[in-house]
Design a protein around this ligand. Structure first.
Ligand SMILES: Cc1cc2nc3c(=O)[nH]c(=O)nc-3n(C[C@H](O)[C@H](O)[C@H](O)COP(=O)(O)OP(=O)(O)OC[C@H]3O[C@@H](n4cnc5c(N)ncnc54)[C@H](O)[C@@H]3O)c2cc1C
Length: 525
């Protein structure tokens, strides 16, 4: 009795301190089966991509009491929580989003792993083909390759996972630049079957890497991994019904046969450096953010950054703190989704709720998925009846633009010269939306940071001549896809092709001709 009371008062405390009201309502409705808490007047609104119950304080107290009363005795039950049925998810999600989202319900049902993992294979090789030799190659040990390996393992299908790197982790192994972290909330940017109570809303690179490697180790994926092994080519052999892989490891090439190949090579793991005239003569350190040179000491240096994508937005604020001067070469601008919690830790009370109130964690994840899918899609979809312009494609899209702009304008009220560099002249959603908590514009406003737009190129020609020694030239241009091994059938002429690459529109792709080179020799390597 005393124990139950203690738990109840703990629940009370943490709900009041740390509950996200929409999530609390959803979990309460699901756990109790009492949908009367999903009142129309408590329906959340979308505030900067998140569900928020914007109710007056007195009403908020009422809401909390209603949930607490229903959750009494349920919050810390002995048995496993009930798995939400399709119908329950449908009812709750439709209330939360405020519109019919039936097509998304199967996805949400799979994303909410409560108890049994719905994506675990329901068959095993031993059941379906016990005598048939079947060995799979997975190429790539990032997030995709790891989960593919786990699923094959669960189905009892033998496999080898090849990765060119000496460790698993892919993107999160290779990107070690200062400030590197996810920009999709970690509670969503994690495997549904491996929920974690993250300490930060947007986990930093070491945490994400540790999560992936721990997950791989838990499923003994390292026992099947051929690390430091780059697959150079894959050729289909019609007679044997196998893929013949050429694998390079420690300078030697070996041939391996597999019955199936899973390509999990990613698309952002080979940096494509811009072909800037004279760059080879540049005397300072020059590198891509995906291959951060930790030996380069930036303290007191003049640093040039090319590009203002997601990585640049994360590392420029860090670099600006130590460099003498940072010039940001920005060709285009990107809409920023206001995210005040971007660098915040998750409060202890919120973490307590995730750990102790069954399915609270899953509904938290689901609430964000609802917003990123059905909640956002309408706002970035063209309305043919809307008089489309350069900056909006529908009324809802225009509303989103206005909300973002209203958040940015006050930040530059004292620096109107930055307007062009931070307010995009394109609709929200035309380009990947970045997140910010104010640190980006704060950085651009620093006395030691200058933003160089397309029109101002000429004036910087002298100052940023690549021949000028002592400057550091930084590359943060988008990375390109070059990792996909060459594939061919046995009869194909490309069997004698080399593994060259060429750069097209900033993307590295496998060479286009059977000789392994592009017609334009300048872009081939
Ligand atoms: C800095 C950064 C931040 C990001 N943040 C987010 C985010 O917040 N949210 C989001 O949704 N996405 C984000 N992304 C995108 C991210 O790449 C994907 O989310 C995801 O990590 C991709 O996983 P993957 O396994 O498909 O590919 P990768 O992680 O790229 O893994 C591919 C693996 O294949 C290996 N490989 C490639 N070719 C070969 C070969 N021929 N032989 C052997 N091995 C090979 C590589 O070594 C690598 O380990 C980010 C990307 C970057 C670069």
């Amino acid at each position: 009795m005393a124990q139950a009371l203690e738990k109840q008062s703990l629940l009370d405390k943490h709900v009041r301190e740390g509950a996200e009201l929409p999530v609390l309502l959803m979990a309460t409705a699901h756990l109790t089966g009492d949908y009367s808490v999903l009142r129309p007047e408590w329906r959340p609104t979308v505030v900067y991509g998140k569900l928020r119950c914007e109710v007056p304080p007195a009403e908020s107290e009422n809401l909390l009491s209603e949930c607490m009363r229903r959750l009494e005795g349920i919050a810390v039950p002995a048995g496993a929580p009930p798995r939400p049925t399709f119908d329950a998810i449908h009812r709750i999600a439709t209330w939360a989003v405020g519109k019919e989202i039936e097509p998304y319900i199967p996805l949400l049902a799979e994303e909410m792993v409560v108890g049994e993992d719905p994506r675990r294979p329901e068959w095993s090789k031993d059941e379906v083909a016990p005598d048939r030799p079947f060995h799979v190659a997975i190429i790539g040990g990032g997030e995709s390759g790891i989960i593919a390996a786990v699923r094959l393992k669960q189905a009892g299908v033998p496999f080898t996972l090849y990765d060119k790197n000496a460790e698993l982790g892919g993107t999160w192994l290779e990107n070690t630049y200062p400030g590197c972290r996810v920009d999709i909330n970690s509670y969503v940017y994690s495997y549904a079957c491996e929920p974690r109570i993250w300490s930060e809303y947007f986990g930093q690179q070491p945490d994400v890497l540790e999560y992936l490697q721990t997950f791989a180790a838990k499923h003994s994926i390292y026992d099947h991994a051929a690390l430091g092994s780059e697959v150079k080519s894959a050729r289909w052999n019609e007679e044997s019904g196998t893929w013949e892989l050429t694998v390079q490891r420690e300078g030697r090439r070996e041939s391996r046969s597999h019955h199936a190949v899973v390509y999990a090579v990613g698309q952002l793991n080979r940096p494509a450096l811009p072909d800037i005239t004279g760059v080879r003569n540049f005397a300072g350190a020059a590198f891509h953010s995906a291959k951060w040179n930790h030996e380069a000491d930036l303290h007191g240096k003049r640093v040039g950054v090319i590009g203002t994508g997601a990585s640049a937005c994360q590392f420029i604020p860090k670099v600006a703190e130590i460099a003498e001067n940072v010039s940001v070469f920005a060709r285009t601008t990107t809409w920023l989704l206001p995210t005040p919690e971007l660098h915040d830790t998750v409060p202890a009370s919120a973490r307590w709720l995730m750990a102790n109130v069954p399915t609270y964690l899953q509904w938290y994840r689901a609430s964000m998925l609802m917003m990123q899918g059905p909640g956002l899609l309408d706002r970035v979809t063209l309305d043919p009846s809307f008089p489309a312009s350069e900056i909006a494609i529908s009324e809802a899209n225009d509303g989103l633009r206005a909300a973002f702009q209203n958040w940015m304008e006050p930040q530059i009220s004292d620096r109107p010269d930055l307007r062009e560099a931070v307010i995009p002249n394109s609709p929200v959603g035309a380009k990947r939306i970045l997140r910010d908590n104010g640190s980006w514009i704060r950085t651009l406003k620093r006395a030691n940071v200058e933003t160089v737009r397309r029109g101002s190129r000429r004036s910087h020609r002298t100052a940023w001549s690549p021949q000028t020694a002592g400057f550091i030239l930084w590359m943060s241009s988008s990375t390109g896809q070059a990792s996909r091994p060459r594939t061919s059938s046995r009869q194909s002429r490309s069997s004698d092709a080399t593994t060259g690459t060429c750069t097209v529109a900033g993307m590295k792709i496998p060479a286009l001709t059977s000789a392994g080179r592009c017609p334009d020799s300048r872009t081939c390597s």
